[in-house]
Ligand binder design. Structure first.
Ligand code: DGP
Length: 140
């Protein structure tokens, strides 16, 4: 399968669809997941058009994973979860639903049931508030 430049994340990167932005730089973009599996669920995506981990450049992936850890630190600070899950799915067979590479940062609490993957839209004002709190918590 080739990269489809009409996927929703490509549209967000081009500014054609909205996002609750946590961080952006010349190589990557980070936003709140609109269908979060837990409070604070965040996505980190490369700017380069890579559909999965197999097709991204080494340089892009290195930057992406370092930014994923940076975002995960902020998620940890703001939401104080018992644990932080980093997830990344490749191809529909693994459950991937948006075919532009992304890392999920998902805070986890013990005894708590994770919400369904990519199903229920969260309240936009709440996501805007979470994005603002994460931006404030980001450190270099
Ligand atoms: P995956 O199944 O790994 O490809 O995850 C795709 C994620 O993207 C899923 O958690 C739901 C989320 N998602 C789908 N559409 C949008 C959107 O328009 N904006 C944002 N921020 N997230 C989206």
């Amino acid at each position: 399968m080739t990269y489809d430049s009409n996927n929703i994340f490509a549209k967000i990167l081009r500014g054609e669809a909205p996002a609750h932005i946590v961080h952006e730089d010349d190589k990557c973009f980070c936003m709140m997941d609109v269908m979060p599996q837990s409070t604070g669920h965040t996505l980190i995506i490369p700017r380069e058009p890579a559909k999965d981990i197999f097709s991204v450049s080494d340089e892009g992936l290195q930057h992406l994973i370092l930014q994923t850890r940076r975002i995960a630190r902020a998620v940890d600070t703001v939401f104080q979860p018992e644990g932080v899950m980093i997830m990344q799915l490749n191809r529909a067979g693994a459950g991937q639903s948006v075919f532009h590479l992304h890392f999920h940062v998902i805070p986890r609490w013990g005894g708590w049931q994770q919400r369904f993957h990519a199903r229920d839209l969260a309240d936009s004002e709440m996501l805007a508030d979470h994005a603002m709190r994460l931006r404030e918590a980001l450190i270099d």
